[in-house]
Design a protein around this ligand. Sequence first.
Ligand SMILES: [Fe+2]
Ligand SMILES: [Fe+2]
Length: 337
Amino acid sequence: MKNLEDMSRRRFVTISGKAGLTTLVASAVGINFGIVRVAEAAMGKVTPFRFAILTDAHLFSIPDHKFDGFLADAVDDVMAMKPLPDFVVYCGDIAQNGKDDQLQKGKKILSKLTMPIHFIPGEHDWYLDMGAAWRGHFGKPTWSFDHKGVHFIGMNSILVRDFWTPAGMTPKQRMDTMEMLESPIAGPWGVREEQLDWLKKDVSKLGADTPVVVFTHSPLWDYYPRWNFQTEDAPEIRSILAKFERVMSFHGHVHQTVYNRIGNLSSVGTLSTSWPWPYPDVKIAYPDMRMYSSDPGNFKDGEGAQHIDLEADFNGTMHYDPFGDMLTPAMKNGFKI
Ligand SMILES: [Fe+2]
Ligand SMILES: [Fe+2]
């Protein structure tokens, strides 16, 4: 048991990038997977596996829009993986304006994936009809499941207080307001009481050594609140999950590589398939995670997908799979946290 505990502290995770056909694998130490149960994989309880993340396709109601092709390319990239991921998580913003045809188009493109796919919503999916169409297509926005010894959780982090009723807004005006990167009136996002209560119950029976992976649309830390690169009640989420040795969180919304760790919870930003946001002009905790500014001559630079390999030798590998040549020095050369 001592050995197992020692090995569980190794916490090796690799960040790597892929440029065209070249895969560059670089070492990074310290990103915080729930390693203990993964360690048990080596004891025969769990087998290694891979999962992939696609996010932020922002599909418009325009036939054959370029973003349709970008999402389709990402789907093809996932289906070309060897081995295939056990499942895919879609981290929000399938639609640009919350319209049913946009959601349907995304569902159709993603239907080419042969593995299970789990969805959480983004603000662009939700505020035209308060998630009615999204739920019709993709089910509950709050869920959890266990897979090969790891506990996976998805939550809706884009809930805001009602600003539209006092303002007398139409559904379209509400959607237009929430689409803005900097909205003067929408207020901060969060998962809110109901999901916090659900989360408390969901994890109540899990042992502290259970590896936990959480998906939200917005980051579970105050990255840049002005652009809603945050979740207002993330401190409560972190507090509920504090009993676990390690918690890994993945989020969409920021359309860029970014990493942070607070306590036992690591947080990793994912590449969108649509466009890369510029980095906000703030200091970030792990600046080496920044990708280069995307190349304006490469129309798909700074976009892509990602996959994560959890391995029986206690290593977790996070691969960014950019469409273009975007790679940070950190991704090329490795970095230590
Ligand atoms: Fe987005
Ligand atoms: Fe978003």
